[in-house]
Design a binder for this molecule. Sequence first.
Ligand code: ATP
Ligand code: MG
Length: 452
Amino acid sequence: MDDLKILFVDDEREILSIVKEYLSLRGYDVMVADNGNEALEAIKEKGFDIVFTDLNMPGCSGMELLAATKEHLPETEVVIVTGHGTIESAIEALRLGSYDYLQKPIKLERLKILIDRISEKNSLKRENILIKRRLKERYQFDELVGVSPKMQEIYEIIDRISINTPTVLIQGESGTGKEVVAKVIHQNSGRKGMPFIPVNCGAMVEGLLESELFGHVKGSFTGAIKDKIGLFKAAEGGTIFLDEIAELTPNLQVKLLRVLQEKKIRAVGDTSEYNVEARVIAATNRNLEEAIKSGALRRDLFYRLNVVSVRMPPLRERKEDVPLFINYFLNKFNVLTKRKVSSISQEAMNALLNYNWPGNVRQLENAIERAFVLGVGESIELTDLPSEVREFAEAPRRMGATLNLKENEIILIKESLDKTGGNKAKAADLLGINLTTLYRKIKKYGMLPICD
Ligand SMILES: Nc1ncnc2c1ncn2[C@@H]1O[C@H](COP(=O)(O)OP(=O)(O)OP(=O)(O)O)[C@@H](O)[C@H]1O
Ligand SMILES: [Mg+2]
């Protein structure tokens, strides 16, 4: 039983005292009032989960009390208590929103059943609200896991571009979920229901890729034994996802630019052009600034693609999402494999949380899958994790976590080397000591194998 607050209103004092005693003895938080006006005051002031009210009372009647309660506290359930002969009024009260009615003489058992029923209904309602809220927080878009501020920004972008469906460029390290996001962008647009066609631009030689993308006519090259429509055409009305866009050859970059500008395509070996209407979402894990500088990527193509820019954050920048991913992948592999894993040991969890995940979500997914393959029992243990992750079972020690001078020096030296990418001269600068002193300390503390 949860802490229900109950008000019982009746002008017969005897009834009030019986009810109060009965309910109080059973642990309910119950208050009584012997007239409608006093009851109304109490309702406004204190709020109740359930109000039982007699129909005919001096002052404010039961019907009026019902209306006023529903107005002030729409969630409060009102039960009308009626004598014989007022059953029509009780039915009228049901119509006006009362939960049920209770006939006099009051049977205490029935009173309790009613309270329990309302209590159960309320807790279900509360649970539903909580579940819905949690689901909304976690999976704002069905397939996208993540509640971190960086992911919230991405959800906002997805929402904003759901109507106009502009060209999108998704950048981010390998395994951060670029393809997942591209699919969600498609699903969350008016093009949902139309094709979503992913193409890996880095996986094919130029000639083949051109014919894949734009199609070819029969006889245009050896092996072209019949006309073939390209993936752009196949994505008509939907979305074509061009992955690894920076790998396109200069020739294909020009052709793609033309598609984006004119929405026209010429199939390999064809003399005429035809129109296509496919939305383009492109992705890359390369640094495009550098690709443009080195001439590998045309600047004008970059601008055409980068109408809306989405940057997928690396997992290490959204560590708060790691437990969600763990949960998500546990569910996934519980469904896919015969093992049923319901928990994860604290040590294993610590390691997964402390590790830096250079391979991002894909690496985390692989680590959990590996644990399913290697482990036994219902829990994932530290020993089920890859060795590079296992090492992180203990939280990294922070400066000041110990008072030992040597330990703190080691922590500081490691941090300064981390920050400077291992550059000892810069690290010595950061530490405010000269380079020789740094070398001496590194040697003294036996840190050489770690740092070099
Ligand atoms: N936000 C996410 N929610 C659910 N699963 C995710 C999410 N991000 C990534 N994943 C999962 O991680 C794996 C890698 O994602 P994806 O293939 O989209 O990465 P990517 O950025 O395209 O990587 P690459 O650059 O290597 O192609 C997939 O198995 C995908 O299902
Ligand atoms: Mg990808």
